[in-house]
Design a protein around this ligand. Structure first.
Ligand code: DQA
Length: 145
């Protein structure tokens, strides 16, 4: 299965950014961990701080042979209708993931404008959220086959 791991703004700073909230592992640690955990799958990794780049990559999934997306939209989670629309038009499963528990933080983080058009949302398990996200994509894909 080919899975896109898409990360939004500020996730390039993992390891340095508020380690008490986001942990001490880097984005590259996270990507290597996924490759090790799912040797039978192939991954494409993309991180961008720009909303338009994330929209364009999701748009490409209309034509690419990608089976599913694990998406951490970062702060765009809370207000990007452009990303919501880009997810909404896809037929493949998109699972929204977050390192931190959105519901134990500031109230503005409890709302996701994207989760409603995703297969589901996983939040609060650190890097393990991405493992659960990949498992969820694979499970959803198999149900459709
Ligand atoms: C985050 C949570 C968001 O609220 C925040 O803006 C992020 C990271 C997470 O993974 O916990 O950038 O998506």
């Amino acid at each position: 299965m080919k899975i896109l791991i898409l990360n939004g703004p500020n996730l390039n700073t993992l390891g340095k950014r508020e380690p008490e909230v986001y942990g001490t592992h880097t984005l590259s640690d996270l990507e290597r961990m996924l490759e090790k955990s799912f040797p039978e799958d192939s991954f494409e990794f993309l991180q961008s701080n720009e909303e338009g780049k994330l929209v364009s990559r999701l748009n490409q999934c209309l034509d690419d042979p990608i089976d599913g997306v694990v998406f951490n939209p970062g702060a765009y989670t809370h207000y990007s209708y452009a990303l919501r629309d880009a997810v909404s038009m896809l037929k493949i499963p998109v699972v929204e993931v977050h390192l931190s528990n959105l519901h134990s933080r500031e109230s503005f983080r409890t709302k996701s404008v994207i989760a409603g058009v995703c297969a589901g949302q996983i939040s609060g398990f650190g890097m393990f959220s991405y493992i659960l996200g990949v498992e969820a994509v694979k499970n959803r894909k198999n149900q459709k086959d």
